[in-house]
Design a protein around this ligand. Structure first.
Ligand code: GDP
Length: 422
């Protein structure tokens, strides 16, 4: 396998640039560039030179022999002065060393996985951690990357193995009908099945990644765009007293109290929209209403979609007499906005994964669901042969969760989510 290198710190220029090297020729690379191999795991300063003897930089150098490294391979780190030309010169010099090439996105992490340093669930958590923008995303990803979910799956797997052992012990007596049917009442499959079902009910990681979807809807000129801007605290949508100003859906992700939201401003809903573009906007608005986690309805009460929150907007100039609204707000004076935000945060917390607890990705959800269905079938079976087969299917799902059985495509998809240098 080739030795890979990449700039693992942010884009230059920066104070320091960290180039990581991993693979069998990491030692060779260090010897060529720094002129010697430093004491393992000690940061030393060295002058780096290319193969013509030209000085490239004076750098901090680390030699990290495997297998106790992040990737499990021999590794080296070069902490360079973070100028663009310094990094470029060192990368050019590295490319002249036999067996070295630039790393693909996520390739360091992929090697860590292939060498058993992390399992697949932890790698998925790591990808989310690097992409995390809000506090809620960071905490959930950290739980996944730290192995909280992996430990849970290991526990399920162990319980499953014990169940399989009990059932297969029954198989030895399968000829004897009495023993086989008497024993099946003691196979305690239901508790594990219930636990999996509980996990399937939890909000998913994707919800956390995309944010809680709040759609602002109502007739033209209700004040949707103005309220949208106030909520996202930016001038994202164009407001005007002309009906039909917002023609497309404008969306903006924001974090409120560390919770991720996606606010969407829609075209005013009217059936007599004069032109084609506006009518297309109305159609998109209807689609967004269906996908919304929460709809803020700024129109007449009763006209909004079921479950929408009735908002009495522009309350500084309209008194909304007799209207029962969940919130009375004025985007102009700011009245009621804090209450609306607090209400939204509370609703989102209900719908999104609990911070600090690992949330299942779509892939993980599908596998837990496979296992749960196999166990649900097993619960109702009496023939140990059939039960053993269902338990085996559940075990296959657990193995895939941890990455014990994976396909190249799946690994490409996962590790492609990482940036180069990770
Ligand atoms: P939309 O068509 O529902 O998006 O409505 P806009 O946000 O474009 O608002 C229509 C008009 O009402 C604009 O002229 C806004 O300046 C005005 N407006 C919106 N919200 C308020 C508010 O809270 N108070 C007052 N006084 N005017 C508002």
């Amino acid at each position: 396998m080739s030795t890979i290198f990449a700039l693992s710190s942010g884009a230059p220029p920066a104070a320091i640039a960290v180039v990581r090297i991993s693979g069998a020729n990491a030692a060779l690379a260090l010897r060529q560039l720094a002129g010697r191999l430093p004491v393992p795991r000690r940061a030393v300063t060295a002058t780096l030179r290319d193969d013509t003897g030209l000085d490239l930089d004076r750098a901090l150098v680390l030699w990290l022999p495997g297998p106790h490294t992040a990737t499990g391979e021999d590794c080296a780190e070069l902490h360079l002065h973070g100028g663009r030309a310094v990094v470029a010169a060192v990368e050019r010099a590295l490319l002249t060393i036999p067996g070295l090439r630039r790393a693909e996105p996520g390739e360091f992490t992929r090697r860590a996985f292939l060498n058993g340093k992390i399992d697949l669930a932890e790698a998925e958590g790591l990808a989310d951690l690097l992409a995390a923008e809000t506090e809620a995303q960071r905490r959930s990803a950290l739980a996944m990357a730290g192995g909280a979910f992996s430990r849970r799956v290991e526990d399920w797997r162990l319980r499953l193995l014990m169940l399989s052992a009990e059932v297969e012990a029954g198989l030895d007596f399968a000829d004897d009908d009495d023993v086989a049917s008497a024993d099946c009442s003691t196979w305690n499959i239901a508790p594990l099945r219930d636990e999996l079902a509980g996990w399937l009910m939890r909000p998913r990681a994707e919800a956390l990644r995309e944010g809680y979807r709040v759609v602002l809807a109502g007739p033209p000129n209700a004040g949707k765009s103005t309220l949208f801007n106030a909520l996202v605290e930016a001038e994202a949508a164009i407001t005007s007293p002309l009906a039909g100003t917002t023609r497309d859906v404008v969306s903006r992700p924001v974090a409120i109290a560390g919770v991720p939201f996606l606010f969407l401003d829609t075209a005013g809903l009217r059936d007599d929209a004069p032109d084609l573009v506006e009518r297309a906007g109305v159609t998109r608005a209807r689609t967004e209403l269906e996908r919304a986690d929460c709809v803020l309805w700024l129109g007449a009460p009763g006209d909004g979609p079921a479950g929408a929150w009735q908002i009495a907007a522009q309350c500084d100039r309209h008194d909304h007499n007799g209207v029962t609204a969940r919130h009375r707000v004025s985007a102009l004076t700011g009245e009621g906005l804090d209450d609306l935000r607090a209400d939204l945060v509370a609703a989102a917390r209900q719908a999104l994964p609990v911070p600090g607890e690992a949330a299942l990705s779509e892939r993980q959800h599908r596998l837990v669901s496979d296992a749960e269905r196999a166990l649900a079938r097993a619960v109702n079976m009496r023939d140990p042969l059939l039960v053993a087969e269902e338990l085996r299917l559940a075990r296959v799902a657990f193995d895939s969760l941890l990455g014990r059985t994976t396909t190249e495509d799946m690994l490409d998809a996962l590790f492609g989510r990482f940036c180069i240098g990770k």
